[in-house]
Ligand binder design. Structure first.
Ligand SMILES: Nc1ncnc2c1ncn2[C@@H]1O[C@H](COP(=O)(O)OP(=O)(O)OP(=O)(O)O)[C@@H](O)[C@H]1O
Length: 247
């Protein structure tokens, strides 16, 4: 279980600019939680704090009862927190198969590495020996990164806008990937940052972040109807950008 208690974050160079204010959040084991809300609300910052890339200015983070506030990204990965960036990093000189092997953490065969690529809809033989550099398209890179998170088999997997740059077919595949992840390990949790209605529709819990604060959080059945209001997930952003509250 992940717990954030009174987490705040201000820009290191300018302490007067607080990006997250007093965030309290719990993701129980086995849950699929989605964080949504308007652009610039603080979602990616929160994901980076959970992954250990950024340290909160105040507050505490607990993972399975252990205080991990001071631990860095590598240690958190070892503890079972996987993270996929909004904009994945390119690694010149590293091949896709190496990246997957690093994620698994133990030596694996090429065909085992290929299975993870197939999971995200990539034709494995076309990609397994490719370098993770600028020659990969944004959508390909995004899917390869999702494959590495699958390979990690983390107990908590955090995905920052996994749908960004992904075509419609792959998007449906992505939903199935999440469903399979949870079916394979009922205790594993997934935390996704997304604006997509189809991802919100499969969430157990929805957390709305606006202006650095949790505006709403609760079960999907409770939160989603107020967000959808008119007809689409776009209304989430519009409502909050106008300073409105979800009903
Ligand atoms: N290092 C930084 N220095 C200054 N401002 C920052 C820094 N990091 C983030 N911010 C600001 O903090 C706010 C929250 O950013 P964040 O990326 O967390 O938002 P988000 O909710 O993920 O947005 P989006 O939906 O557009 O991805 C934004 O206004 C952003 O410009």
């Amino acid at each position: 279980m992940l717990e954030l208690k009174n987490v705040s974050f201000d820009v290191p160079e300018d302490a007067s600019k607080e990006i997250l204010h007093d965030v309290n959040l719990t993701v129980e084991n086995g849950k699929f939680a989605v964080i949504t809300g308007p652009n610039g609300g603080g979602k990616s910052t929160l994901a980076k704090i959970i992954a250990g890339i950024e340290k909160p200015s105040s507050g505490s983070i607990y993972f399975n009862g252990k205080d991990i506030t001071e631990t860095g990204v590598t240690e958190r990965a070892r503890m079972g927190i996987g993270y996929a960036f909004q904009n994945p990093v390119r690694f010149k000189g590293i091949r896709v198969k190496d990246l997957i092997r690093i994620a698994v953490g133990t030596p694996i065969s090429v065909s085992e590495a290929c299975e993870y690529l197939s999971e995200v809809g990539l034709c494995a033989r076309d990609y397994i020996d490719r370098e993770v550099n600028n020659s990969l398209s944004g959508g390909e890179l995004k899917r390869i990164e999702i494959a590495t998170v699958l390979a990690r088999k983390s107990s908590l997997s955090v995905f920052d806008e996994p749908e960004a740059g992904i075509d419609l077919w792959s998007f449906q595949n992505l939903i199935e990937v999440f469903e399979r992840m949870q079916a394979q390990n009922r205790e594993s949790s997934i935390l996704v940052i997304s604006h997509q209605e189809r991802i919100l529709n499969i969430a157990d819990e929805i957390i709305v972040i606006s202006d650095g604060r949790i505006a709403r959080q609760g079960a999907r059945e409770e939160i989603l109807p107020g967000l959808m209001g008119s007809d689409s997930a776009v209304s989430i952003c519009e409502k909050y950008e106008k300073g409105g509250k979800a009903k």
